[in-house]
Design a protein around this ligand. Structure first.
Ligand code: SF4
Length: 285
């Protein structure tokens, strides 16, 4: 949002498009935020009815993922009609379906979900419409994440990448969240719940132990859903040595399932959990 706003303020919005790649498991308040922000950037009336519709997005785990996908397809269609410069696309799979297809569970080193649902999808969309000299790719990372720029540039080459929030004036996340208040846009609720990013509804295979404990504390049902999915994938692969999380004890790396992590937390063994291990999303890298 802030990167798009900075570009809009500098160069206007006439030739600016917004591209959103939907993993189908985003927090419902992310969809609200995206629709509200996109309308604001293009100086369109606040689409109150669409914002209200976001409240009824089924929770992940409450309905089969295909039902959620249908609801989101419908919402995306309406949002794009109302905000023509917004392009809301989806591969049709969620991260767990990608893991199933790729026969591996994503983790901090290998995140096939990011590769399939974000990187390939967005790149193919751009490639199908623009030659490298016809498009500039703007990404929203900020100056605290500048180390990610070279990998993003490599991934998009030969397209040119610009990361406006890595440039002056440097803003902290709190500055950006305060700006939202100035614009009259509610801060996405995951930030108020202590999440470091607003991706995949507070789930992320690149997250660490602390990240997942935060999910457990804030949304136990969603945690239990992903916990069950991880065990289901292990059964499908016929392997118990593949997990999202690992823990290194005296130099030896061990697998750590979400069920084991929850068991430790629930039985008061929180001290052996590394709550500072938040991990990082880096979805476009
Ligand atoms: S946020 Fe995490 S889980 Fe979601 S697509 Fe990106 S890497 Fe995968």
């Amino acid at each position: 949002m802030t990167a798009a706003k900075r570009d809009a303020d500098t160069d206007g919005t006439d030739d600016m498009l917004l591209l959103f790649t939907d993993t189908l498991i985003e927090d419902r308040d992310l969809y609200r935020f995206m629709i509200e922000s996109a309308a604001f950037i293009y100086d369109l009336p606040k689409p109150v009815d669409l914002i209200d519709k976001c409240d009824s997005i089924p929770d992940v785990g409450d309905v089969p993922i295909d039902h959620r996908r249908e609801y989101l397809l419908d919402l995306a269609g309406e949002a794009m009609k109302r905000i023509p410069a917004l392009h809301w696309i989806q591969d049709g799979r969620d991260p767990w379906k990608v893991f199933y297809d790729r026969k591996w569970i994503g983790n901090s080193r290998v995140a096939q979900c990011s590769e399939e649902l974000k990187q390939k999808l967005s790149r193919n969309w751009v490639k199908a419409r623009y030659k490298p000299h016809e498009a500039l790719i703007y990404v929203g990372i900020d100056w605290t994440e500048s180390h990610r720029v070279p990998a993003i540039e490599r991934g998009w080459s030969p397209y040119r990448v610009i990361a406006p929030m890595t440039e002056q004036p440097y803003l902290y996340k709190t500055d950006m969240l305060n700006d939202l208040k100035r614009y009259g846009i509610k801060v996405p609720r995951l930030y108020d719940m202590g999440f470091s990013h607003n991706n995949c509804g507070g789930f992320c295979v690149r997250g660490g132990q602390g990240h997942f404990i935060n999910l457990l504390k804030n949304n136990r049902d969603l945690y239990l859903y992903h916990e069950a999915k991880e065990l289901e994938m292990q059964a499908y692969l016929g392997r118990t040595d593949v997990t999202i999380l690992t823990r290194t004890v005296r130099g030896v790396e061990h697998t750590l399932t979400l069920r084991e992590l929850r068991g430790e937390w629930d039985s008061g063994l929180g001290l052996q959990i590394d709550l500072l291990d938040i991990g990082g999303c880096g979805c476009y890298v």
